[in-house]
Design a binder for this molecule. Structure first.
Ligand code: SF4
Ligand code: SF4
Length: 207
């Protein structure tokens, strides 16, 4: 400021300096993005909306352990576990996520929940369009977060199709149901939510 204090108000030099600054900025690269008409693709590892993934037969990966909720620094996740029975099975093993909610008014998209998940049920997509006009709608339910059924998957509840025990789901041959499947599931879920086909990818570390 000191260098401008010396300039007499309205002097030619003062005007030249002021307009010089304006003109120099007129030729700089414009950073304005024409959202929502021009939606930019995010970085592959961008932390966006969560997805609850499925096994290749459609059973849910969530076992209702609540580790994601305990890991969350913003207290944004609420989980209630339920017991599977042979007549009504939602996931391999004993338990499944009966109630699952994420409060996007609280979430800071830090990703600690997906790191804590032992079954890789919870992942994050690149979907970021989460602005809504009322608070209630920003509490996403299990139904909203569940990945859609892809070809070959069956709606839950149903018996285990990939083996007789949960071990057959979690200790599997290398390459079977690995990242590729999870990515396609998460991508499809995010597309379902936003209706947009672009800007949806899941980084390998999210799977
Ligand atoms: S991304 Fe972070 S703040 Fe959001 S639900 Fe997961 S742990 Fe909580
Ligand atoms: S999403 Fe993962 S960490 Fe959270 S309750 Fe389900 S299995 Fe446990």
């Amino acid at each position: 400021m000191a260098e401008y204090d010396d300039e007499p108000t309205g002097s030619a030099l003062g005007f030249a300096k002021g307009f010089g600054l304006t003109f120099s900025n007129m030729f700089r690269h414009v950073a304005t993005e024409q959202y929502p008409f021009d939606v930019k693709k995010t970085a592959p590892r961008y932390h966006g909306r969560h997805v609850l993934n499925r096994h290749p037969d459609g059973l849910e990966k969530c076992v209702g352990c609540e580790l994601c909720a305990w890991a969350c620094p913003a207290d944004a996740i609420y989980v209630e576990g339920g017991d599977n029975t042979e007549e009504e099975r939602y996931s391999p093993g004993e338990r499944y996520g009966k109630v699952y909610q994420i409060n996007y008014l609280r979430c800071i998209f830090c990703g600690l929940c997906i790191e804590a998940c032992p079954t890789r049920s919870l992942t994050m997509s690149n979907e970021y369009e989460l602005a809504l006009d009322n608070r209630q709608d920003l509490i996403f339910t299990k139904e909203q977060l569940m990945a859609p059924l892809l070809p070959g998957m069956e709606a839950t509840p149903h018996p285990m199709r990939l083996g007789d025990t949960d071990t057959d789901y979690y200790v599997r041959e290398k390459g079977l149901g690995e990242v590729g499947d999870i990515q396609s599931t998460a991508n499809a879920a995010a597309k379902t939510h936003s209706g947009r086909a672009q800007a949806i990818e899941v980084g390998r570390h999210h799977a």
